[in-house]
Design a protein around this ligand. Sequence first.
Ligand code: KG4
Ligand code: ZN
Length: 342
Amino acid sequence: MRILTIETTCDETAAAVIGDNLEVLGSVVASQDELHHMYGGVVPEIASRAHLERILPVIDETLRRSGVALADLDAVAVANTPGLAGSLLVGLVAAKALCVAADLPLIAINHLQAHVYACRISAGCEVFPCVGMIVSGGHSSLYRCRTALEFDLLGSTIDDAAGEAFDKVASMLGLPYPGGPAIQKAAETGNPKAYRFPRSLLGDREVLDFSFSGLKTAVRYTIAGPGKPDFGNIHLNETQVADLAASFQEAVVDCLVGKAMLALEKTGLNTLCVGGGVAANSRFRTRLGEEAERYGVALHAAPLHLCTDNAVMGAIAVERFRAGCFESLDLDVLPGLVRNKG
Ligand code: KG4
Ligand code: ZN
């Protein structure tokens, strides 16, 4: 079996060819970071236009690297939910066109399930059932994952996603986009106890939700002064940037690790899979490893190259292929997250 997987949910244009043992025959990711850099975040219109320019070259290059022709494929799979509407549409239309041209079945990929599936690919063994945690620029959520394809929402952010907070705080500190890697780097020389930032909802053992908006505001007021919305001529020196970055990162990590452990306790599950861009954070990975060992939990964090958006994690399409889950050409994009909290 050979499946072409396509990923255009946000600002990465990606494709891969996956075999039936989840082996990657070829994979290409075209990042748009340089286009969104100056805005400090993803601009949806710019993202969809860039996808349009890149999607066909990315698919061509993926097939070339895989040594696979269109006629050798068994299916085309595409992430159609959740994500930016315009971005999702480009991938979906490309996938449908290939299905028509080569008479192939179409498979839908849920991008969040794919982020968790990145852990299954690298584990090389079964990881379900597990608690699945997705921490990215658009999402911070915890799921009870019964199987690769059956997820019940346990909790999610009530405002900003963790990655979004990293990106916004990086911009306040004068650090480049994407903010996560920049904050991680700056934090290396900083003191995580220099500033005491809030850990919203962490003390509430009744909920598995997150909130990062208050933390973001706390960083802003620490820099600008209480109640002051802008920074005027304030200039931060290197030590201040490092200390603010380290203290902010520690607060986010405390919340993420705390709720992940609470989710394991509440569900009685003892496997944790963590994916999404923020899962690449080294401090987060260290803390997760320590807590998992302490609680005797099997931890599967997605490998670094599969944390941020890519099409390899679309290997989840193999599960759908086996389950006979194919879509008609009426398939639409579903930009929003369908909340079935259970
Ligand atoms: O999964 P992803 O590529 O896209 C979404 O689906 O949102 O995640 C991108 C997010 C960005 O907000 C970026 O700042 C964050 O992941 N990120 C990190 C790190 N690397 C990427 N956050 C913290 N530490 C990192 N090392
Ligand atoms: Zn993502």
